[in-house]
Design a protein around this ligand. Structure first.
Ligand code: CP3
Length: 357
């Protein structure tokens, strides 16, 4: 992969001497690193006291519409935890506004859609997504983070299947029965919805990279609910189109899912330079399945609710499996749980840096 030109600013800026400046990007490209890079999905959030203080006076949606506040919240975990990458503060549902989909993010619940999608007419009514019109404060936040951050900035989006789960279920779901039924009962409408979401996500990620994001991650958080046959027929081709649509940007692309041990080979074939591994598969087995890619994961976030000794033991076991082979980014297998003690996250960052084989 060629060096993205959009990284120019950080390299010339104040970040040059910080060893964290390019560890993450080098590992994404499977280049040798001084020590294993580490960051955490959902690192900016309720586990940080300074985030809770911001949330006293601003909702998630308000934060994403205030560039300075959004940049500040994005950088909070970089300062407190010492992680090797920042992730833009937003939600996977943030672009929905641009499609004309009204929703709210309910504390402790998650995104709730006012009028869930139930028919092809609902899909025909979705508006074409224009990033400048819908998320310009977020793009400005990216520029602010880039001017200040000692570490690379990851942009992100929800993957089409996971976005479709929210649009069709209307809110959180355990089984995704409406979504699966829609996929099988209305294949043409499903294809039309995937088409809209692929196009939206390509535009959204291209805008983030143009504004300065140095890597991107696609969160297909709920795709592990599908069997391999449905994934191969109804999701993988769209993921392929999505990854192709951002390939020329030259930034590393991470393909993340949860509960995907049975899908990893198909996911890797669909696309991504870095493949996410949750904790239901060993790093060694997961890496063997995805082959010539970088991998990211795979500590169970629940371990951080227990004694640090268990976190340290399992982290050492994961690092030993990686064995210093280029292309491992340490992360949790899913997002930081809200009950996590920020001090344990900070200790974990140090532990990973100190125990790389
Ligand atoms: O990683 C980060 O620190 C950046 C910010 C970020 C948020 N959401 C902020 C958020 C990211 C990367 C996301 C992604 C996201 N959102 C995913 C994919 C990652 C995953 O966990 O699988 C998903 C599925 C969502 C949907 C979502 N948004 C849920 C299920 C919830 C409720 C659970 C929760 O954590 O509260 C949200 C709300 C949300 N997104 C919050 C934050 C900080 C909490 C809202 C609040 O503070 O009011």
């Amino acid at each position: 992969m060629s060096e993205p030109t959009s990284t120019g600013r950080a390299e010339g800026g104040p970040a040059t001497a910080d060893p964290r400046a390019d560890r993450f990007l080098r590992a994404c490209r499977r280049e040798p690193v001084d020590t294993t890079p580490v960051w955490f999905m959902r690192q900016a959030g309720r586990s940080l006291p300074e985030f809770r203080a911001v949330r006293q006076h601003a909702s998630l949606i308000e934060i994403t519409r205030d560039p300075a506040l959004c940049a500040e919240v994005t950088l909070q975990p970089v300062r407190r935890l010492g992680v090797d990458a920042a992730i833009l503060f937003a939600d996977i549902t943030t672009p929905f506004t641009g499609l004309g989909v009204a929703f709210d993010i309910k504390p402790g619940v998650g995104p709730v859609i006012d009028s869930p999608i139930a028919s092809s007419d609902d899909i025909a009514r979705l508006r074409p997504f224009d990033p400048e019109e819908t998320v310009s404060p977020l793009l400005e936040a990216i520029r602010l983070v880039r001017a200040e951050s000692p570490v690379p900035l990851i942009g992100f989006a929800g993957a089409p299947f996971t976005l479709a789960c929210y649009l069709i279920e209307g809110g959180p779901s355990r089984e995704f029965l409406r979504t699966k039924t829609f996929m099988h009962a209305e294949p043409a409408a499903w294809a039309a919805l995937m088409e809209v979401l692929v196009e939206t996500t390509i535009r959204y990620l291209r805008a983030q990279v143009a504004a300065g994001a140095q890597a991107v991650q696609l969160f297909d958080s709920w795709v592990g609910g599908l069997g391999p046959r449905d994934y191969a027929h109804h999701v993988a081709p769209w993921m392929g189109r999505l990854f192709d649509g951002i390939a020329d940007l030259g930034v590393p692309r991470t393909h993340f899912g949860v509960g995907t041990a049975g899908l990893l080979r198909l996911q890797a074939a669909a696309g991504g330079d870095v493949i996410g591994l949750d904790w239901r598969i060993t790093l060694a087995d997961g890496w063997a399945l995805v082959g010539d890619r970088a991998v990211q994961g795979n500590l169970d976030p629940a371990l951080l609710l227990g004694p640090f000794g268990a976190v340290a033991d399992t982290t050492r076991w994961i690092l030993d499996q990686a064995g210093g082979r280029p292309g491992h980014i340490f992360n949790l297998g899913h997002g930081v749980l809200p009950e996590t003690d920020a001090e344990d996250l900070r200790r974990l960052v140090d532990f990973v840096h100190d125990h790389t084989p």
